[in-house]
Design a binder for this molecule. Structure first.
Ligand SMILES: Cc1cc2nc3c(=O)[nH]c(=O)nc-3n(C[C@H](O)[C@H](O)[C@H](O)COP(=O)(O)O)c2cc1C
Length: 182
């Protein structure tokens, strides 16, 4: 049976460079893995008042079930103001509750930060790491995945240049090795 990998993209915009990088990464998984995008843009802002058995939004339940079903989570995110976009933090919060039923617990994760700038989303990468440590996710350590100057890497069809495929493959290979340990 193929192993599902939930792919969460921190950007909600249609032409997102992060999403384009995510698509390139998804093509590089071995055939027994099934990476798939999980939507985060439709999740209502987390509010404990609505997260009750009577009121829980259908979007929360669908999101939680999809991630629960996955063997691991690949995060590909831009940096907003030296941290992660609010939508991605909201998704982490939604998945972490109800208390004691976190969907993130023990799920191996990989983080890829993406930016048109030279600092490569370093701040977002590590802000995300901070939350994932608390959420008890084993996180890929090496290679660290900071994709900077992304507009120079992607062609007009959204494919990465030949030289970058090898780097993306090394990230996926190391992540698969991590997944195989769990
Ligand atoms: C609210 C906001 C804050 C941003 N802050 C940063 C930042 O701290 N660091 C950075 O490298 N880029 C920053 N940017 C620029 C984004 O990297 C750029 O818009 C990028 O294309 C967003 O990723 P996407 O293409 O996946 O949507 C910011 C953009 C927005 C909209």
């Amino acid at each position: 049976m193929s192993k599902k990998i939930a792919v969460l993209v921190g950007s909600l915009r249609k032409g997102s460079f992060s999403k384009q990088i995510a698509k390139n990464l998804m093509k590089l998984f071995p055939s027994d893995y099934e990476p798939e995008f999980v939507e985060i843009g439709n999740l209502p802002l987390y509010n404990e008042d609505i997260d009750t058995p009577e009121n829980v939004p259908a979007e929360y339940t669908e999101f939680r079930n999809k991630v629960k079903d996955a063997a691991g989570v690949l995060f590909v995110t831009p940096e907003y103001n030296r941290s992660i976009p609010g939508g991605l933090k909201n998704a982490l919060d939604v998945g972490s509750r109800p208390y004691g039923q976190s969907i993130w617990d023990k799920k191996p994760a990989a983080i890829v930060s993406v930016s048109p700038g030279a600092i490569s989303g370093f701040g977002a990468n590590h802000a995300l790491r901070q939350s994932l440590v608390f959420l008890n996710m084993p996180i890929l350590q090496q290679p660290e995945a900071y994709i900077g100057n992304v507009t120079q890497i992607l062609d007009e069809d959204g494919n990465v240049a030949e030289g970058t495929v090898g780097f993306l493959q090394s990230i996926v290979d190391a992540y698969v090795e991590l997944l195989n340990r769990y």
